[in-house]
Design a protein around this ligand. Sequence first.
Ligand SMILES: Nc1ncnc2c1ncn2[C@@H]1O[C@H](COP(=O)(O)OP(=O)(O)OP(=O)(O)O)[C@@H](O)[C@H]1O
Ligand SMILES: [Mg+2]
Length: 503
Amino acid sequence: MIVGIDLGTTFSLISYINAGGVPTLIPSKRDPQRFQTASVVHVGERGAIVGDLVEELLQEEPSLPVCRFAKLGMGKSGVTAFTDHLGQAYSPEAISSLVLRKLKEDAEAALGEPVTGAVITVPANFNEAQRQATVNAGRLADIPVLGLVEEPLAAATFFGLNIKGGEKLIFVFDIGGGTLDATILSATPDGLYAIATEGADNIGGKNFDELIMGIVADQFRGQFGLDPRGEAETAQRLRMFATQSKIALSEPAASVVSKPLILAGKSLRVTFNRSQFEAAAEPWLEACQEVCERALKSQSLSWDDIDDLVLTGGSSLVPCVERKVREMSALQPARIRREQPHASIAYGAALLAEQFHGTKQTAAPPLRQQVTSNELGLRVFDPKERKAVFHAMIEKNVPVPTTARQTFYTQKADQTSLSIELLQRKDPFTPPETLGQFNFGPIRRPELNHPVTVELGYDGTGRVAVTASDGRTGESVAREFSQQAEADLTALHARLQKLSLSA
Ligand SMILES: Nc1ncnc2c1ncn2[C@@H]1O[C@H](COP(=O)(O)OP(=O)(O)OP(=O)(O)O)[C@@H](O)[C@H]1O
Ligand SMILES: [Mg+2]
C-alpha cells in the first residue's frame, strides 16, 4: 500500500486512497477515533514515546523532557533536537523519523498490509537541505520515500476535487504550526499548474502561542517578580496553557480568557482579551501579508486576478488570521474557501502519491506543473564589490525540471582549479546556504580568463546535478548534490532501530 504523509510541525497525519478512490485518513492504533498524531517525542528509559501518549504522560509527569517542533530544525546542520537520559543527542531528522515510524505502524495495523511507499509533504519554501532531511527521516523510519510534494500543492489537489470546469487562478494560503506557504496555481480543465510560491518557515501557530506565553509571563512577573519561561518544565506548562487559550479564543463567541493557572507552584489568575492577543499578533499578520504580496508580485498579479483563495492549516482558524486574509485580498466572501484545515494536506498527499506513483484512479485533477521555490546558483567573485557573492543561475518560480548553463572565467593566469560552490537562497533577504562544493581541475593549461562552463540541472525532487566542463578541452566533472553521508545515516538507522517505540 502506498500512503501520503503530512509531517507537520505540530501534528502529523497519514492517509491512503481507498478502494473507491477516495482519500482516507488512517487512525491511530491506540485510539481509532484519532486521525492526527501530535509531532511530539520523548526518548528515555522507556524507549521512544511518540504523539498523544506523550501529551497524556505530560499531565502526570510535567517534568518529562520532550521534543516539539523538530521540523523547524530539519536540514540545519549541527542542530540537536533532543538529548536523552544517557546524554545521546538526536537530530531533527532522527526525531521526525520516530514520528514517521509511529505513523507507519498505525497504517500497517489499520490496513493489515505493509507500507510499500510514501509521499511526504514539505513546506513549499523548504530548501534542498530541508527536503533531503525529510527524505532521510523517511529512510530512517524504513519508509520507502517515493517523493516529496509541497504542502500547498497537496492542499490544492484536494481542493481540486471540487473544481468544476473552466480556468481559474487559485491562491493557497496555508498556515500551520510553524510554517506559512502562499502558492498560486492555475486550474485548467487539463489539470493544475503551479505558477508561484512564497513562504516562511518561521510563521505559524507556534508564534501565536508564544505571544500568549509573553502576555501570561508579564502578568506572572508582575505578581511574582520572575519570568516563568526561564525554566523548562514551567515553560512547557505555560506553552500548553497558551495553546489551549489560543484555541478557546478562536471560538467566535469567545472574547476573554480568564482562567486560574498554577506555574512553578504559584497560583495566578490569568486574564486577557482577544484584542490584546490580536494587537500582539499584528506584526505576524503583516508578515503574512508580505509573503502573499511577494507571491503575487513575482507574477505581476494582483488580488483581483485571483478567483478562489483556499485557506488551510490549523492556524487559519485564528480569527485575526482569517480577517487579515479577507482584508488584504478584499475578495468576495464566497471566493474564500476553507476546506478541512487540519486534513487537506494529508488528503492531497495520498491523492498525489497515487497520481505519481500508484495505480488507483481518483477524481483529483492531475498536477501538471511544479515550480522552484528557491534560487539556485554559485558563489562567484564579484570584482566590483571585491568579494564573493551569490550568483543565481536558476531563479525562483521556474517550472521544474529545469537546467541552466553559464560560462565562468578564471581570475588569475596561474589558476589551476576553480572552486564550485552550489548555493541556494530562499529570497534576497535570507543569506544563501551551501548545498555542496567541489574543486574543478586541474586546469592543465592555466591562463587568465580560462573558461569553465557550469550546468545545473534541477528536477524538483531534491537532487541538483552540477556539471562543470573545461571550455577548451571539454573535460568535465559531474556531481550530484543530494546524498548525505550514507555511513552516517546507516549508523543512525542502526541506533534508532534499537529503540522500542510506544505510542
Ligand atoms: N481551533 C483552532 N484555533 C486556533 N489555532 C488552532 C486551532 N486548531 C489548531 N490550531 C493551531 O494550528 C496549528 C497546527 O496546524 P496544522 O496541523 O495545520 O500545522 P502543522 O501541519 O503541524 O504545521 P506546519 O504545516 O507548519 O508544519 C497549531 O499551532 C495549533 O495550535
Ligand atoms: Mg502542515
